[in-house]
Write a protein that binds this ligand. Structure first.
Ligand code: NAD
Length: 462
């Protein structure tokens, strides 16, 4: 008889400091065996065929919808997301399961391309075993982005949720595992040691959502064996408010997109550039709207901003905030802090000499800088190694003209950066290496292979 003592990973509520629950940490020595089990399971999972997998996964969307209220509560408890936003994430994830399942299945169907001489069929085969390594800020939606298309493609998945939100990750996997055969989706719990071991194990694809720095480490670790990677990384999104913008709408957007989820969103507005002609009015509106944002206990349904995920993240944000003020930014409202909370804060007179205008902040700070002329706005917005999302507010044609000169993968005109159903979620520059969703995003979970047959015997031309 062997006796093992499990070491537990505790999930701490950032609003109260209480333990939400705990999961056993996966010993790094166990990871090779977990991956081997996934490889064995992959054979029969692939043998089900695309239609078989699609049929088996279809009922999952309804079960996720049934579990959404519970999972939403868990999200709030584990990382402090306000109740409306956490419930929104859980029900959106369930809805999205249904649409992404259809999109992925369509993307993986064989494709025929022919000319007068040759008929070629493109097959999209699974890669094998994939690792899904995910962050805490959207602890249900981000795992789904990495897991769902991989499973539909015929890969099996070893999933490592963030060490800050293990219970939400486990709850999501538990719903899927009510339907999936044994070994098709397994969960590994832990932090970077478990992540590194998983990346180094016998896997074929790493799908990662997280910071740029960890993404770069994963890319390096995958290089020797040319393992496939899909990396969705951080951002430093700009909002440009042109002189002909609807100022009220632009100010509402600036506030909403700077403070939702306490600014802990990869596509948060991290920098606002406003035309000097309308800057006074815009700034006053932003300040007035910010004061309406109620902060506090995230289980209170009327609260819009909860705490930061933990004290480390709070300290990083405060360091940038204080540095900006020392460097000449004007604190126009907010700036207070207690426990893990940082008040929604507005800074004006920001410049690119400040760290807060370059590094990802990931906190509830709205940083405003004025510009003179579109060319200056474009140059400022593009002065970043990141390229995830962005927004331009102005008359549509004018705003599109500006948007086409920006470097991010996704730009919204008078709206947030997300696109229509079926479009990719794509980071450019150092915000992404590969991408998710849409036909081409889903296809990155597969290897294309082609078989060509002659339609007629053609004599070689030379
Ligand atoms: P993080 O990079 O610190 O951690 C992400 C995951 O990687 C965690 O599960 C962590 O345990 C694991 N990990 C850490 N070191 C590792 C290593 N060396 N090898 C393998 N795995 C390792 O990110 P975070 O703090 O959890 O999340 C915040 C970041 O995620 C922000 O930068 C944010 O912009 C980004 N993000 C991006 C998107 C997007 O769509 N582009 C979406 C959400 C979040």
């Amino acid at each position: 008889m062997s006796v093992t003592t499990e070491i537990m990973l505790e999930s701490i509520n950032p609003a109260t400091g209480e333990i939400v629950g705990s999961v056993p940490i996966t010993p790094t020595a166990a990871i090779a065996g977990i991956v081997e089990k996934a490889r064995t399971a992959q054979k029969s999972w692939n043998a089900l065929g695309l239609e078989g997998r699609h049929a088996l996964m279809q009922p999952i969307a309804n079960r996720l919808a049934e579990e959404a209220p519970k999972i939403g509560k868990l999200i709030t408890a584990e990382m402090g997301k306000s109740t409306p936003e956490a419930q929104g994430e859980a029900s959106y994830t369930a809805d999205k399961f249904a649409t992404e399942l259809e999109d992925a299945a369509a993307a993986f169907a064989p494709e025929i391309i022919e000319d007068e001489n040759v008929k070629s069929t493109l097959y999209r085969d699974p890669l094998g075993v994939s690792a899904a390594i995910t962050p805490w800020n959207f602890p249900e939606l981000m795992p789904q982005q990495c897991i769902l298309p991989s499973l539909v493609a015929g890969n099996t998945v070893v999933f490592k949720p963030s060490e800050d939100t293990p219970l939400t990750g486990q709850a999501y996997a538990d719903v899927l595992n009510e339907f999936l055969p044994e070994g098709v989706l397994q969960v590994v719990h832990g932090a970077d040691d478990q992540g590194k071991k998983l990346v180094a194990s016998d896997i074929n694809l790493v799908t990662f959502v997280g910071s740029r720095d960890v993404g770069a480490k994963i890319l390096t670790a995958c290089a020797p064996e040319l393992k496939r990677v899909i990396l969705e990384l951080g951002g430093k999104d700009a909002l440009i408010v042109l002189a002909d913008a609807d100022i009220e709408a632009a100010a509402s957007f600036a506030v909403q997109n700077s403070f939702r989820n306490s600014g802990q969103v990869c596509v948060s507005t991290e920098r606002v550039y406003v035309d000097e002609k309308i800057a006074d009015e815009f700034e006053e509106l932003v300040i007035a709207k910010t004061k309406e944002w109620k902060q506090g206990d995230p289980t209170d349904e009327t609260v819009k901003v909860g705490p930061m995920v933990h004290s480390t993240q709070r300290d990083l944000v405060l360091e940038q905030l204080n540095g900006a003020i020392e460097d000449g930014a004007q604190l126009r409202c907010g700036g207070g802090t207690h426990d893990n909370y940082i008040e929604p804060t507005v800074l004006t007179n920001c410049t690119h000499d400040m760290r807060i205008m370059h590094d990802e902040t990931f906190g509830p700070i709205c940083c405003i800088q004025r510009f003179s002329g579109d060319d200056e706005a474009i140059a400022l917005a593009n002065e970043t190694p990141y390229g995830l999302g962005g927004a331009v507010f102005g008359k549509t044609e004018h705003a599109i003209k500006v948007a086409r000169q920006l470097t991010p993968g996704m730009v919204g005109i008078n709206k947030a950066c997300g696109g229509a159903q079926g479009t990719p979620w794509v980071g450019a520059c150092q915000s992404g290496y590969g991408y998710h969703s849409g036909r081409d995003g889903h296809r990155q979970f597969t290897q294309v292979r082609m078989v060509s047959v002659p339609k007629q015997i053609v004599k070689p031309k030379y």
